[in-house]
Design a protein around this ligand. Structure first.
Ligand SMILES: [Cu+2]
Length: 216
């Protein structure tokens, strides 16, 4: 890109039509490239595109889930029962809070943008799952629900253990991250994840994804 900028700056106006056309072509090409890349990001299709190229890959060990305004990267994952996982959940947004709930069986409220803040899945993926928190920075709150949580970090004011606080879900401040260590429980099938900060607004804007859990 900088080469082409240089090219443009050094172009001699007296050089004539041919040189000018070449500049136009270069600028146009860069524009198309930038546009295509932006579209890819905006529609959060990166992981879909990647999975088309490399096929369905089972995630294991250390992996990352990035929270953006308003989508996750990746928005599709494949886990296998019994696999040890370390998921680093990273909020990439400079301004917005985002959470990560995983569940299925529908929601406790109907999806619409006007609903209250108590949105959760009917079935919480994390019920009875042992989770170790390896790292926690910029956590707004961590609702524990029925997960069995062990902390490898100092207990912060963000830990919410009382019942009725919704599905297990870390809510991250802008730029925050949390590292969750767990073994994929024996709960095969398709699971959804989503962000229900501000009710269904983030979710309906695209902040959701799918985990396919394969049997052991
Ligand atoms: Cu969100």
């Amino acid at each position: 890109m900088s080469d082409q900028k240089q090219d443009g700056q050094n172009a001699n106006p007296a050089a004539g039509e041919t040189n000018w056309s070449r500049r136009q072509f270069l600028i146009g090409s860069v524009g198309v490239l930038v546009g295509a890349t932006a579209a890819l990001f905006e529609s959060s299709n990166i992981s879909k595109a990647a999975s088309l190229i490399v096929g369905t890959q089972v995630d294991s060990g250390a992996t990352s889930v990035y929270q953006n305004d308003y989508y996750y990267i990746p928005d599709q994952m494949t886990w296998r029962v019994g696999t040890p996982m370390i998921v680093n959940l990273q909020n990439m947004s400079p301004v917005h809070f985002h959470e990560w709930m995983i569940g299925r069986g529908g929601f406790n409220t109907a999806p619409n943008v006007y609903t209250d803040l108590d949105v959760q899945f009917n079935e919480d993926f994390w019920d009875g799952v042992h989770v170790t928190i390896l790292e926690a920075n910029g956590v707004d709150n961590l609702a524990v629900n029925k997960a069995i949580v062990k902390l490898d970090v100092p207990k912060g004011p963000w830990l919410v253990t009382q019942p009725g606080s919704g599905n297990f879900s870390p809510t991250m401040r802008p730029g925050g991250n949390i590292k969750l260590q767990f073994t994929v429980p024996n709960k095969p099938g398709i699971w959804q994840y989503g962000c229900f900060v501000q009710g269904f607004v983030h979710y309906l804007d695209g902040m959701k994804g799918t985990i396919n859990i394969l049997p052991a």
